[in-house]
Design a protein around this ligand. Sequence first.
Ligand code: PLP
Length: 284
Amino acid sequence: MNRIVYLNGDWMPENEAKVSIFDRGYVFGDAIYEVTAVVGGKLVDYAGHAARLQRSIGEVGIVCPLNADDLLAVHREIVKRNALNEGLIYLQISRGAADRDFHYPENPKPTLSLFTQSKKVLDNPNYATGISVITVPDIRWGRRDIKTVQLLAPSMAKMEAQKHDADDAWLYEDGFITESTSSSAHIVNAQGTLITRQLSTRILHGITRRSILDLAREAGISVEERPFTVEEAKAAKEAFITSATQFAIPVVRIDGQPVGDGKPGPVGKKLHQLYLEHRVATAI
Ligand code: PLP
């Protein structure tokens, strides 16, 4: 594979893209990222991802070298240069290279890179089968609302899940589910109410989560934004995850126990369908 990637204003084959070993993204994890799904060569829920990128970099004081229009143009251009039909765009912006010092450098020159990954987004077999998760303690830092590249904790949780023959892990803290390793966690109770944790610094503010909650409310599904316990999740009628490249995927087993009847449930399926109709179909 030799993709065309974007690095600091230039386009080049992926094997020619070089970043300094002094880059603070590499040394301190001092970098922010975004992932936008591409379907039919178009960007899904782009406005949300662009807004969250600005929020994340603003929280850590990194300034994006491109304005909003140019950033969108680069997203479109990378799709075109790689003839990407379905998959994702990964964007990363670090504070840039500086001699190793915990203090931020005075005039940092951020490193901005984008690459594409081709992936079957629409034909994911997990929509029909659902996935299994285990629950593991959430050991991540306290600003999970900032989308930093510090992803060792979720990687460890996914490896733990793999060891237990599960597809993924849901993270818990003080007995309550925070989110999934790389997606937002949702449950549906016996009354058909969709329950998802409210926004705070404890979770990433999922863009797909936001859309799914909007679509649920528009469809007349009752929504509660509040923490839910591990026990509540296991006793739920349905559970599912949401993320940019997975939309809404049913969770059919938690810690080996079936959720509801152990099959994908109607609320999750309906929301996935609504997401396809109202977000994927309107991709830009
Ligand atoms: N929560 C975490 C920890 C994530 O890493 C992600 C996506 O990467 C999400 C939630 C879902 O966010 P989004 O829907 O914006 O992809």
